[in-house]
Ligand binder design. Structure first.
Ligand code: SF4
Ligand code: SF4
Ligand code: ZN
Length: 162
């Protein structure tokens, strides 16, 4: 269903691969363009964890945790670093995602993601990375000065919600 996410799209680090631009380009049929548009089928499917956490985490390599929120050390240094990067550039926090999943359950988390990244143009999904909808071409605004690291910003009037 357009705009909905499956639990299998949620990576152990709390990233929703369903809002990743590489996954959206792949799943919505946007052609691969060297250096610009990459394709990915999702973290669990690839069994890789693109976010580099897996390389340094024994628990993830062994598969002893499905999500970092099951880990007594959350947030470890690697996860905290990734979280900081994502908060600054994309206005998203893996740690907040994980906490929400732990406290309110994955179904509620998936529903909130569907609402948060709903494309105001066609009802599909905008990417957390560039504010673009790979189904209809909608593009959220680029930031103007005030938050230099952000790649895109929500436009409340048009209905962007993140
Ligand atoms: S590139 Fe990373 S975040 Fe994007 S879909 Fe692949 S594993 Fe998920
Ligand atoms: S929070 Fe725990 S499971 Fe997640 S990457 Fe860090 S050490 Fe590994
Ligand atoms: Zn759209």
């Amino acid at each position: 269903m357009a705009g909905a996410f499956e639990a299998d799209l949620i990576a152990p680090c709390g990233m929703n691969c369903g809002v990743c631009k590489a996954y959206l380009a792949y799943s919505r049929g946007a052609p691969y363009v060297k250096g610009k548009v990459t394709h990915c089928t999702g973290c669990l499917v690839r069994n890789k964890n693109c976010a580099f956490i897996r390389r340094d985490c024994e628990r993830m390599r062994r598969g002893s945790v499905r999500f970092c929120h099951e880990c007594a050390d959350m947030p470890c240094k690697q996860l905290a670093k990734l979280d900081e990067h994502y908060r600054a550039r994309y206005g998203m926090s893996m740690i907040e995602n994980l906490k929400m999943m732990r406290e309110r359950g994955i179904d509620e988390f998936l529903a909130s993601q569907a609402k948060r990244y709903r494309c105001p143009g066609c009802g599909d999904v905008i990417s957390v990375h560039d504010g673009k909808c790979y189904a209809c071409g909608y593009q959220a605004d680029k930031p103007r000065g005030a938050i230099p690291k952000r790649r895109w910003v929500p436009n409340q009037k048009r209905g962007d919600t993140p």
